[in-house]
Design a protein around this ligand. Structure first.
Ligand code: HEC
Length: 201
């Protein structure tokens, strides 16, 4: 028996125990309707909910539930190549991130490789970020600033592929999709250490 089903069985047993005790010696259960019957006592506050809204529909939850796990959980269907991404980049990204991701006026997206251990580390998504899947997640949820969520998933795959290609991480002929993107190994992947190690050293 798994731990979870054992716990469920125990909980059920405890509940059954409570019911048995009440039935034998506890007070007769009051009918729930009694309280709201008749006129409310003077000064009583009406019993009602705090009006916190309504249940979100499955479609609404799905529209917000866009987090991609580092190992690729949640990646949507679709695919894109560096060539297609170059077109997306020129139209939606270049004005802020510069020609071929060189930066200016906003973050540089390409280069910095080999600088992290030196006195002037240049941290880009290529040199610093540990997972290619995070690039997809970030671009899809936050870019193009200030109109995120306006690109199709295929365009996000494509522009991610273009940025990985510009960083020398994938080949110009590679296609990024839900299977290939998690398999990309970022150069800085193994250089992170846990602040709170899981096991004592
Ligand atoms: C209007 C300007 C603007 C546009 C257009 C834009 N970005 Fe950005 N981008 C920013 C700013 C500003 C930041 C920094 C945001 C922050 O640090 O909170 C940023 C950050 C990023 C980062 C994270 C960089 C890092 O090292 O932390 C990535 C990746 C990125 N943008 C990709 C893109 C892509 C891809 C597009 C096109 C689809 C795009 N951006 C379009 C302004 C823009």
């Amino acid at each position: 028996m798994s731990t979870r089903s054992l716990a469920a069985t125990l909980a059920a047993a405890v509940l059954a125990g409570c019911a048995a005790t009440q039935g034998a010696s506890g007070p007769a259960p009051e009918a729930p309707a009694t309280r709201s019957q008749g006129a409310a006592p003077e000064g009583a506050v009406a019993m009602r909910g705090p009006d916190l809204g309504r249940l979100a529909s499955a479609e609404e939850v799905a529209a917000w539930d866009i987090s991609i796990g580092s190992e690729g959980t949640g990646l949507p269907p679709g695919s894109g190549t560096p060539a297609a991404g170059a077109v997306v980049y020129a139209r939606h990204c270049q004005a802020c991130h510069g020609d071929k991701g060189a930066g200016q006026p906003n973050d540089r997206l390409v280069g910095g490789h080999g600088t992290l251990a030196g006195p002037n580390p240049v941290r880009t998504i290529g040199s610093y970020w540990p997972y290619a899947t995070t690039v997809f997640d970030y671009v899809r949820r936050a870019m193009p600033y200030p109109n995120p969520r306006t690109l199709s998933d295929a365009d996000v795959y494509a522009v991610t592929a273009y940025l990985l290609y510009l960083n020398g991480i994938i080949a110009e002929t590679d296609t990024m999709n839900a299977a290939t993107l998690p398999a990309v190994k970022m150069p800085n992947r193994d250089n992170f250490t846990l602040v709170y190690p899981l096991a004592p050293r």
